[in-house]
Design a protein around this ligand. Sequence first.
Ligand code: ZN
Length: 274
Amino acid sequence: MTKDDYDLDNIIKSSFEEIIEYFNKNGIKIEGLRLRIVKSLWSFYDIFIFLFIILLFICTILYYAINISMRYPLIIFIISFFITVGYLLFLYERNQGIYFLPYKKIFIIKKQLDKTVNRILDDLSHHNIKDSSVISIKSSKNSIVLYPFYINMKKDIVNDIVKTITDIVVIHETTHYIFGIDEEKTSVFEFLVYFYKNELYNYSEVYKIIEENIKKCKAYIEENKRLDIYELGRCYGNIIIHKNKQLTNINIKDIIEEIKNLSKKDIINVIKNY
Ligand SMILES: [Zn+2]
């Protein structure tokens, strides 16, 4: 399986438009959010400029207003700028997307997205898929929560996979518009929107994957002290889906209200006791 013939730029753009439309259709207005597709993290020149200005501002205040004595203010400024940029590059090294709040902009990083798509296609090439069926896919190498995915033999599977992975990333980043920088709530919602938008409730097999996910989530919480906030969010999303097993759709506006005031502790307790 290869994806060389696919135009990732166009897939990302259509995914973004579809998701905004889905939100609007469900009564959630997403206004002024913009998309930028970048090759890699090094393309974030505008964020670096933003940082440059902020740091310059902080350094000027420290130097003049508060009168903090600095022997070499320019050198200190330059060093702190490069340390900040270096830290951010390290932090977001594996990110496929970033939501940048001050610009109301989502960035999709093609290089990382490509890597994930290739890994999943490579995994799938070892399976002998003959009929349309539900399988599970891992959005990142170490993820605990798996995404149910319906393989439709009548359609182009490779294209479907590229679109699905792109959708997950775009849904996540778009959801930040609602929950700001809160990664747990964003991840709860990301899983839910992925599930209901793709109408996965139509396939009874998906609930086996959801149940398996919940089991793994419970064990994960018992066995680990430092918990991944993205996984916690997706775990909680699986519980909401399982609780609403009979429903073919959920009111995503109600879900926002339900999870808006949840704390990390609440999420952990719900998963533990489910
Ligand atoms: Zn995020």
